[in-house]
Each structure stands twice: as structure tokens, then as C-alpha cells.
Design a protein around this ligand. Structure first.
Ligand SMILES: C[S@@+](CC[C@H](N)C(=O)[O-])C[C@H]1O[C@@H](n2cnc3c(N)ncnc32)[C@H](O)[C@@H]1O
Length: 288
């Protein structure tokens, strides 16, 4: 496994244990063991305002695994998991590995704890890279040697952004990072996003935001229209941007009522540029 930190933070300073953080609150909601009292207090306060939060986290996690399987099904062999969170029971590289060992999987997270765990627990053979970085510094992230050398630039990449962009509250910075990411993605790549929305909880969502803010955490639900702009002109697959629990036909949590997801999910594909005649240019594979 390769690992690199692009962030200059003291990994385990005092603040790390005394301040709630998104990775550990989410880990706690999923029933995982990597959280501190401060995270559990925050999670409980938010849960009290919105009982659907735990189900929404489970639906999101289930979708994440299905999204990787879906990408493998369409022939993608490289994965970029942005805001990957703590290693879970089935991680992106394990799903990929169940098919073929060694496919490149790059995990990125800004949380020093996630990075430490990724380094300790994901050391399972070739192909896995852990990067400690802020995805809002997308230029720097994509240019770093570890990411650059992990991928075959001519082959498609499945990019995963699951429940991470709501934690990025600066709209302009998100738009800029997404534009850079879409430009970088090789033709044939897919972009999978899940994103919290207030569509089904317009009354309780401000309370959720308030409860998080009381614990120093800032979250930004976005509308379906805004979330759809994150995909740029990539082409939505299946039925398009829908409640996370409805995107896939399989999985433990599919077909849950939309309000249980509290989030939209979509996977969009970067198609070849269209020529002047309006006909898509063939990919290098088709011309080979
Ligand atoms: C709710 S967790 C989602 C984890 C995982 N993607 C999943 O769906 O199971 C959000 C993760 O995004 C990470 N994150 C938040 N802002 C980030 C940023 N600007 N750059 C990189 N990671 C970020 C957090 O540290 C956390 O681990």
C-alpha cells in the first residue's frame, strides 16, 4: 500500500479528541467502534432531531458498495474514493479484490484519524493508496505523485463522492473542485455522488443543521437542482438522480421510502466528446 499526507496537521493533537468530527459521527451512526464521547454526544443530539438519520447512513453505506459493484459491472477497473471515511466491513478495494486483486483503489480523506486507520488496516496487497488531503484542493490532490502514478490515465476511473460534499459548505469551492475533477476524469469514467437534501424534511433539516452546529459541525443540504449541477455535462445512468435507497434494484436497504434516504444519489458517465457532425468520437479502445 502507498500512502501520503498532503495536509499539515498534527495528526493526534488535543483537538482531535475533544472536537466532534464528521467521520466519527458517521462511523458511530453506522454502529462502528471508532468514535469518542464528544462524537457520540453530537450524534445523539442530531439523532434526537431526526430519527431517520441512522437509516439514512445505512442506506448511504449500502449504496456505496452497490455503486462499486455497478462500476465493475460496466468494466471499470480503477477507483477513486473521495471522503472515504473509516474503513468499514466491506471497503472499495475489497469489493474490487473479490473480482481481481491489484486493481488501483485510491482512498482520500481529510481526517487524520481516517488516514491513520486506512494506513493500518488497508495494507492488503498491491493497488491500494491512502491519501490524506482536502478534496477542495483538487488540483493539488490529482497532481500528487501517489494519485498520478496509481492510475492508468487512458482507462476509466470510478469516482465516488458519497456523503462528503454536504460537509463542504463553501459552494464556490465545491463547484471549482468538481469542475477540475470532471476535467481530469478519463472518458468512460463514472461519477457517483450521494448528497443530503432537505427535499423530504424541509421542517426538520434546519434543526439538524442547528444540532450539528451546536457541536461545531457544519453541514450543507442541497437541492436536487444544485446537486445535479455537480455532475456537469456527464450523462446520468439508470433512472438518474433519485433518493439513494431507490437508485439500485438490489441491496439490503433498497426500496426504502424516499424520506428515509434524505439524500439524492446518481451515477453519471463521461462520454466521448461529440464531433462537429454530432457523432461521438470513438474511444481509443474502439479504434484499437
Ligand atoms: C459521512 S462520511 C462518508 C464516508 C464514506 N464516503 C461513506 O459514504 O461511507 C464523510 C467523510 O468525508 C470526509 N471529508 C469531509 N470533508 C472533506 C474534504 N474537504 N476533503 C476530504 N475529505 C473530507 C470526512 O472526514 C468523512 O470521513
Amino acid at each position: 500500500m502507498t500512502s501520503v499526507s498532503l495536509l499539515e496537521v498534527s495528526p493526534l493533537g488535543r483537538e482531535f479528541f475533544s472536537t466532534a468530527n464528521p467521520a466519527r459521527v458517521y462511523e458511530y451512526l453506522l454502529g462502528g467502534s471508532w468514535s469518542y464521547a464528544v462524537d457520540r454526544t453530537a450524534a445523539y443530539a442530531v439523532y434526537k432531531t431526526a430519527k431517520w438519520l441512522k437509516t439514512a447512513a445505512l442506506i448511504n453505506r449500502d449504496y456505496s458498495l452497490l455503486s462499486v459493484e455497478w462500476s465493475i459491472g460496466r468494466g471499470v477497473r480503477q477507483f477513486l474514493d473521495l471522503g472515504c471515511g473509516y474503513p468499514g466491513s466491506a471497503n472499495t478495494h475489497e469489493i474490487a479484490k473479490s473480482t481481481q486483486t491489484g486493481w488501483p483503489v485510491v482512498y482520500v480523506d481529510s481526517d487524520p484519524g481516517v488516514y491513520a486507520h486506512a494506513r493500518a488496516r488497508l495494507d492488503e496487497g498491491p493497488g491500494v493508496t491512502a491519501v490524506h488531503a482536502d478534496l477542495l484542493s483538487m488540483d493539488q490532490l490529482l497532481a500528487c505523485e501517489a494519485v498520478h502514478s496509481a492510475f492508468d490515465p487512458g482507462a476509466p476511473v470510478a469516482v465516488l463522492l458519497h456523503d462528503v460534499l454536504p460537509w463542504c459548505t463553501d459552494d464556490a469551492a465545491v463547484d471549482q473542485a468538481m469542475a477540475i475533477l470532471r476535467e481530469w476524469m478519463p472518458v468512460g469514467s463514472s461519477l457517483s455522488i450521494t448528497h443530503l437534501t432537505d427535499r423530504w424534511h424541509p421542517v426538520t433539516m434546519p434543526d439538524v443543521e442547528g444540532a450539528y452546529a451546536d457541536h461545531g459541525l457544519h453541514i450543507r443540504p442541497r437541492s436536487r437542482d444544485v446537486i445535479s449541477t455537480l455532475f456537469g455535462d456527464l450523462v446520468q445512468q439508470n433512472q438518474g438522480l433519485v433518493a439513494t435507497g431507490l437508485w439500485h434494484k438490489r441491496g439490503r436497504y433498497v426500496r426504502h421510502p424516499e424520506e428515509h434516504s434524505a439524500a439524492f444519489a446518481g451515477i453519471a458517465v463521461k462520454e466521448p466528446p461529440v464531433t462537429d457532425s454530432g457523432i461521438p468520437r470513438p474511444s481509443s479502445e474502439e479504434t484499437a
